[in-house]
Design a binder for this molecule. Structure first.
Ligand SMILES: NC(=O)c1ccc[n+]([C@@H]2O[C@H](COP(=O)([O-])OP(=O)(O)OC[C@H]3O[C@@H](n4cnc5c(N)ncnc54)[C@H](O)[C@@H]3O)[C@@H](O)[C@H]2O)c1
Length: 291
């Protein structure tokens, strides 16, 4: 009896131990998976800075959720990631529509089971003085640059809170701090992104979630290239005209912004939250900054 009991107990113990070892191994595997292959959502990843971020995270082993309102560009980013052996999915999304943001978060969780990082990058610009722009312009830019960023955060936060971890990096702009873009709507929304960054960092720090902003200055992405081309200016001429920009004498490359985003989202920035970092080649130095 006692023997049986003892034997039973031994078996039970060893079974439990095996189970424990198995679940430990599973846990370690999962932890390693999350460390080495975090799930990263990048909005506006079909072009420019967003695409550079998606490529950078993927090159470091991340599983990437590409979010963009352009199906062609978003899919092209996914194709270029998967052709390099990365894991990526595309979520065709207009970030100004709350339900669509909920949709990309749902897809990320359905496919990968978690959300480690959000890069809230999708943004548009509308030029013109306050006298020139219309109410429609205001609605459009607020919808993408501010509500779209807030909806993207709202969509990922419940999962991050459940996980008790997460990093959000929002893309602001140096222009919001220097008032140099001649685009008051744009600057107002980007200033709002900084306010949102600080608010969310304050609210969700207790849940292990960090929120920071990266504020680039002039980065020659498709946006600037297409705009110049529409005015008959080639990329070479555009670059030439920007020689001497900032303290380092040149404009910023999308990959250089992506490097800062990657740092801010990662473990090296574990104690940085509620901050904004200017990636501006020193452009703002000497300018009157607003914060
Ligand atoms: N390029 C710069 O000089 C510069 C400087 C400072 C800040 N920024 C900011 O960096 C971010 C990226 O800029 P970029 O120059 O790479 O722009 P971009 O125009 O090259 O790319 C923006 C991407 O966002 C997508 N997008 C636009 N509206 C969207 C929406 N409603 N929903 C989902 N996706 C949408 C576009 O399809 C595009 O793929 C923006 O927030 C911009 O304000 C850029």
């Amino acid at each position: 009896m006692i023997l049986t009991c003892g034997k039973g107990l031994t078996i039970l113990l060893s079974d439990q131990k095996n189970l424990l070892l198995e679940s430990e191994a599973e846990g370690n595997r999962e932890a390693r998976m999350n460390d080495e292959h975090p799930v990263v959502i990048v909005t506006g990843a079909g072009s420019g800075i967003g695409r550079a971020c998606a490529l950078r995270f993927a090159s470091e082993g991340a599983r990437v959720v590409v979010v963009d309102s352009s199906e062609v560009d978003g899919q092209a980013t996914v194709d270029s990631l998967t052709s390099r052996g990365a894991t990526a999915i595309f979520c065709h999304t207009d970030v100004s529509v709350e339900e669509q943001c909920m949709g990309f978060a749902r897809s990320a969780v359905e496919r990968f089971g978690r959300i480690d990082i959000l890069v809230g990058n999708a943004g548009i610009r509308i030029r013109g003085t306050i006298l020139q722009v219309t109410g429609e312009d205001w609605d459009r830019i607020l919808g993408v640059n501010l509500k779209g960023v807030a909806f993207s955060c709202k969509a990922v936060l419940p999962k991050m809170i459940e996980q008790k971890s997460g990093a959000i990096v929002l893309i602001g702009s140096t222009a919001a701090l220097t008032a140099t873009s001649k685009a008051p709507l744009y600057e107002a929304t980007k200033y709002g992104v900084i306010a949102l960054t600080r608010n969310l960092a304050t609210e969700y720090g207790k849940d292990g979630i960090r929120v920071n902003a990266i504020c680039p200055a002039l980065t020659l992405t498709e946006y600037h290239i297409k705009r110049a081309q529409s005015q008959g200016i080639s990329l070479e001429k555009l670059k030439e005209s920007k020689k001497g920009y900032g303290l380092l004498g040149r404009t910023i490359e999308p990959e250089e912004v992506a490097a800062a985003v990657y740092f801010m989202a990662g473990k090296e920035a574990a104690m940085i939250t509620g901050q904004y970092l200017l990636v501006d080649g020193g452009f703002s130095v000497g300018a009157k900054t607003l914060l």
